[in-house]
Design a protein around this ligand. Structure first.
Ligand code: ADP
Ligand code: MG
Length: 316
């Protein structure tokens, strides 16, 4: 297995980003491909990612609603509970958080085909721009560079055989999100929202974006749903209640579950040990696991319908 020094790797990635620009992988072309004659790949022509059976995006229209926390815990639950081979792609190149959430650091090594080897923890193979940037360095790239960087993070990686890749999407519904949805053969998207109206408006926007580019919505998760007092056990609906379920119904999306606002979720996230791994039999871990089992079943249906890229997923 060939290895390179970190500095060299950074330079290589930088060069590829610029090559991407020269090859015309620009944001404008990709984004304008939505229902138009843009230069980006047309809808439906999404090349498979080698070795990866199915890809799901974890998204929201908004930042700070718990996308990354949800993506990480679902990925670990899909690996541990459903015994699937799981990858986790951090597509938030401006604010990568997978390295700290998964307690991973250092630079990826390269395999003999010069592909980056994903970093692994809790049974999940991870790739993030955070592995390639200096800590605290801002990503000051313009749109086209972001697209090329993402391309490198997906297809410049030796993922091996994966049953499912979970993509932690960047917040919003801009160029980056649209191009990811167009370039990756997504089996579906999971929308995360908090219960307030203002977050749900953005969640609707996010869901509509996926629908526009023909990506099925696998369901809606309400995060920070309620707070259960650790002392007296009383439930408090800090951000209101029921809004996400109503939104899911109105938009014909499956409601996948309620994840409470829970101190242990925040603490374990900060410590880089997702609660599903740190405290697998806790009430909260059970919620994530139940959602993961539901998602795995949906993916199983998806692959049995022949839409997947490889052999059938079997949940054990
Ligand atoms: N259910 C939850 N309970 C408590 N804290 C949460 C929960 N979900 C997320 N958080 C915390 O909220 C903050 C934002 O979450 P994050 O996953 O980074 O959001 P996003 O990826 O949408 O920006 C983090 O500090 C995280 O630990
Ligand atoms: Mg995030």
């Amino acid at each position: 297995m060939a290895t390179v020094r970190p500095r060299r790797l950074l330079l290589n990635v930088g060069r590829t980003i610029h090559e991407g620009l020269w090859q015309g992988h620009g944001t404008r072309g990709l984004a304008s491909g939505v229902g138009s004659q843009g230069r980006g790949p047309p809808i439906g022509s999404k090349p498979a990612v080698e070795g990866v059976q199915s890809i799901i995006a974890v998204a929201s229209g908004k930042g700070g609603v718990g996308k990354s926390t949800t993506a990480v815990n679902l990925a670990v639950a899909l690996a541990v509970e459903c015994r699937l081979r799981v990858g986790l792609l951090d597509a938030d190149v401006y604010g990568p958080s997978i390295p700290s959430l998964m307690k991973l650091q250092g630079r990826p090594q390269l395999d003999s085909a010069s592909r980056m080897i994903p970093m692994e923890n809790y049974g999940v193979k991870c790739m993030s721009m955070g592995f390639l940037m200096e800590k605290d360095a801002p990503a000051v790239w313009r749109g086209p560079m972001v697209m090329s960087a993402l391309e490198k993070l997906v297809r410049g990686v030796g993922w091996g055989k994966l049953d499912v890749m979970v993509v932690d999407m960047p917040p919003g519904t801009g160029d980056a999100q649209i191009s990811i949805s167009q370039r990756l053969p997504l089996a579906g998207a999971v929308i995360v929202s908090t219960p307030q109206d203002i977050a749900l408006i953005d969640a609707r926007r996010g869901a509509n974006m996926f629908r526009k580019v023909d990506v099925p919505i696998l369901g809606l998760i309400e995060n920070m749903s309620f707070f259960k007092c650790p002392k007296c056990g009383e439930r408090c609906d800090v951000f209101g209640h029921g809004g996400a379920q109503t939104t899911a119904q109105e938009m014909d999306m499956e409601f996948l579950g309620e994840v409470p606002l829970n101190i242990a979720i925040r603490e374990t996230s900060d410590a880089g040990s997702p609660i599903v791994a740190a405290s697998p039999s806790s009430e909260v871990a059970m919620v994530y696991k139940a959602i993961a089992v539901r998602l795995a079943a949906k993916l199983q249906d998806w692959t049995s319908s022949g839409a997947g890229a490889g052999p059938k997923i079997t949940v054990q």
